[in-house]
Design a protein around this ligand. Structure first.
Ligand SMILES: NC(=O)c1ccc[n+]([C@@H]2O[C@H](COP(=O)([O-])OP(=O)(O)OC[C@H]3O[C@@H](n4cnc5c(N)ncnc54)[C@H](OP(=O)(O)O)[C@@H]3O)[C@@H](O)[C@H]2O)c1
Length: 404
């Protein structure tokens, strides 16, 4: 992700896929018997539009707050108790059921995206859950009990207020839908807008078995391309095979540069590059004539003080010129006009069973399944250990008294 990502990603931008009553899931009838009720703030509509009658909204909640800037997530972020926020006139109050972990959570906690923003500020980019309260204007298109997904500020919380115009209605609160919001949309739009994929071309995807890589593999296959994917274990290589990846390369078992030179002597036409450093250099070297390398991120540098791993930039102009090749950056919030189309297409693919949305809920992680906000820390560690397979997702367990 680029270094300006979070400024617009989580502070200014909530993405929209229309509002509306397209999907209903009127299942909300839970009771938190032991949790104190919050006070009603706006009597003009809150008794009507918020679920106080069912007592399902407690007065306080847990959330994760960046209290100190650091790329070490555990140093930067602390778990706090805060009042459950009240939605404004055009807002929804969402009880988060699942929240997504992104590689850039640590860029955000390091303050790399908007240096003008000082701690404390809320963490977390994306969530999926049920509407439990809403403002009067928002009630024109939504109702309590609907399931929506969103990305925006403050997702690492039990409840988040999100503008109604900026949520994505989804069929149910399954974590698979959450994988589309950032990871899927990035792959879909980046390849569509910057890949210029042509049937029969070769596409290299790095970090191919991760959150966004899994989608890049599938979209490149759908475009009729031959797909090469890098990963760090045989288990991930096996997963990539199931996605249709023609040549998974476990770079811990095989020399990536040698394999690419030997098996793809004419080079690769497109690279979806997320790792940076030496992998970026290798990818540049294997570009075909008129090849396109899309910089999606550079995760290998995020844990360093600068956020970057050095690359051989000095020789880059010559290498690109000699092949009429290009290197282009992609930053999801710069492509908001494409978002509605991307989400609509991906949700249709899901409905038709054409898209695998692999979720890693931590069952195989140290300490077991990611359940509750406290486990976001372990989930970030899990991703940075390189062990995740698919999108890392944390389940927020409802209070024990909830019947939901
Ligand atoms: N530009 C955008 O708008 C945008 C949007 C979303 C994500 N991104 C970028 O996409 C990339 C992937 O993000 P994600 O959230 O989907 O994560 P992810 O791929 O689910 O997880 C990260 C994976 O990166 C690989 N990796 C390679 N070198 C690593 C290293 N030194 N340390 C840790 N992991 C390493 C690991 O898999 P293997 O080693 O097994 O391959 C690891 O599983 C990141 O660079 C992120 O910034 C960009």
């Amino acid at each position: 992700m680029s270094t300006s990502f979070l400024a617009s990603y989580s502070r200014k931008v909530f993405l929209t896929l229309g509002g509306g009553r397209g999907v209903r899931k009127a299942v909300f009838g839970s009771h938190f018997v032991a949790v104190p009720r919050r006070s009603i703030i706006d009597l003009s509509y809150s008794t009507h539009f918020m679920d106080f009658k069912g007592s399902s909204i407690p007065s306080s909640m847990k959330k994760l707050v960046v209290t100190k800037l650091s790329q070490n997530f555990r140093d930067a972020v602390s778990l706090q108790i805060a009042p459950v926020p009240t939605p404004g006139d055009g807002d929804l109050l969402i009880r988060n059921r699942f929240v997504g972990i992104n590689a850039s959570d640590i860029n955000y906690s390091a303050g790399r995206y908007d240096p003008s923003v000082k701690p404390p500020f809320d963490a977390g980019f994306e969530g999926i859950g049920e509407i439990v309260g809403l403002g009067l204007s928002a009630s024109a298109n939504f109702t309590v009990g609907e399931t929506v997904a969103y990305f925006g500020e403050g997702a690492f919380a039990e409840y988040t207020v999100v503008p109604a115009k900026k949520v994505v209605p989804v069929p149910s609160a399954k974590p698979q839908f959450l994988t589309l919001l950032v990871s899927g949309a990035t792959a879909y739009i980046a390849l569509k807008r910057l890949g210029d994929l042509t049937k029969g071309e070769t596409v290299l995807v790095t970090a191919a078995a991760g959150g966004t890589g899994q989608f890049a593999v599938q979209f490149a296959k759908m475009a009729g391309c031959h797909v090469v994917g890098t990963c760090s274990s045989d288990e991930k290589a096996g997963f990539l095979k199931t996605l249709g990846c023609n040549r998974p390369i476990n770079y811990k078992a095989e020399d990536l540069a040698r394999v690419l030179r030997k098996e793809y002597p004419d080079g690769v036409h497109v690279v979806y590059e997320s790792v940076g450093g030496g992998i970026f250099d290798t990818a540049v070297n294997c570009l075909a004539k008129k090849g396109r390398l899309i910089v999606i991120g550079f995760i290998s540098g995020y844990q360093t003080a600068s956020g970057l791993q050095p690359v051989r930039a000095g020789t880059l102009p010559a290498k690109l010129l000699q092949k009429s090749a290009s290197v282009r950056g992609f930053f999801l919030p710069h492509y908001l006009p494409d978002y509605r189309d991307a989400m609509g297409s991906m949700l249709q693919m899901c409905a038709r069973g054409e898209l695998t949305c692999e979720v890693d809920l931590g069952e195989m992680a140290d300490g077991g399944k990611f359940a509750g906000l406290e486990s976001v820390f372990r989930a970030v560690d899990h991703m940075y250990s390189g062990k995740n397979l698919g999108k890392v997702v944390v389940e927020l367990v409802p209070p024990v008294d909830s019947k939901l």
